[in-house]
Design a protein around this ligand. Structure first.
Ligand SMILES: C[S@@+](CC[C@H](N)C(=O)[O-])C[C@H]1O[C@@H](n2cnc3c(N)ncnc32)[C@H](O)[C@@H]1O
Length: 298
């Protein structure tokens, strides 16, 4: 989403209250706004400042730090800061990698151990397009390679408004622009003359929850994942917060599981325990099984 630079005087941006708010957001969420992007922060604070009827950044900082409802206000500000661009079937090459290489590998290992369930996590799911895409993909595969398998998708985000929209599952042409007519007919029903709503079958496969990737207390308990998608989320994080999230993802994944990031993102200098695996048009990060010494799969 592009935001025009507000007609704000640069001396306003030098107000020390903005730096304090920036640091507070970083501490809580891992999202770092460099000095040259402070105008974005200021424009988003401006929306909350007018909602709570305060005139200066210093007064607004007070709302975030000393007022009784400071936690609620911080959450509302985070909703303004973390607006997420997304659409269905954004990364077809990742789905191809799943279909052709990753799922056959994981199914072989899990079925040898007697397991027939997959656990998938869409972290930073925004308004739900990514997890619904995964649900459609997996349902389609249930008629083929995933016959006899069950799966669940955990879809999480920091933004309450995005999660509320995700739960309703109502989408317009913008979100559906890469979804084929066949899949639209199969997994959606008309909502109004411009929008479609996902079927209950699709919704029933996904559990939506608010998880802050920077919150150790929640991240520690999300174990046993076969696949984690964290696409186009870490672009807002600095190196330190990326490293922290990767520590968690590595232990959230089962050995042999895969992590996918967005097209323009990488773990270069962030975490070297994952193995980089190239697929046509996509890369994945593989968590090697304990004792893996470099031969064989993937
Ligand atoms: C650009 S969207 C990506 C949506 C989807 N993954 C995709 O690639 O299409 C980025 C999402 O990351 C979320 N996000 C940012 N910081 C987060 C954090 N600390 N914890 C959880 N989600 C976060 C935002 O709220 C936003 O919905």
């Amino acid at each position: 989403m592009s935001i025009a630079k507000p007609a704000m005087q640069s001396e306003d941006l030098r107000d020390p209250a903005y730096l304090k708010i920036r640091n507070m957001i970083y501490q809580v969420s891992g999202i770092y706004q460099p000095e040259e992007k402070l105008y974005l922060l200021a424009s988003r604070c401006a929306r909350r400042m007018s909602a709570v009827n305060v005139k200066s950044p210093a007064e607004y900082l007070e709302h975030l730090t000393v007022r009784g409802n400071r936690e609620v206000e911080l959450r509302l500000l985070l909703n303004e800061i973390t607006i997420g661009e997304t659409y269905m079937f954004r990364s077809p090459a990742q789905l191809e990698a799943l279909r052709n290489v990753i799922l056959p590998q994981i199914l072989e290992v899990k079925s040898a151990m007697g397991f027939k369930r997959l656990h998938i996590w869409s972290s930073g799911c925004s308004t739900g397009e990514e997890p619904y895409t995964l649900a459609m993909f997996l349902l389609e595969e249930s008629e083929k390679m995933l016959a006899g398998w069950t799966f669940d998708i955990l879809a999480t985000d920091l933004n309450d408004r995005s999660l509320a929209a995700a739960k309703t599952g109502i989408y317009g042409e913008y979100a559906l622009r890469s979804t084929t007519e066949r899949l639209r007919k199969k997994y959606f029903r008309p909502h109004d003359d411009k929008q479609l709503q996902v079927t209950d079958q699709l919704k029933s496969l996904i559990r939506f929850d608010r998880v802050n990737l920077n919150d150790d207390s929640k991240m520690t308990f999300l174990k046993g994942m076969d696949l984690i998608f964290c696409c186009n989320v870490l672009i807002y994080f600095d190196l330190g917060s990326k490293r922290k999230v990767m520590q968690h993802f590595f232990s959230n994944l089962l050995p042999g599981g895969y992590l996918f990031l967005g097209h323009a993102e990488s773990l270069y200098q962030v975490d070297d325990r994952f193995r980089l695996v190239h697929f046509p048009g996509a890369i994945g990060y593989w968590k090697p099984p304990v004792g893996y010494t470099g031969g064989g799969k993937p």
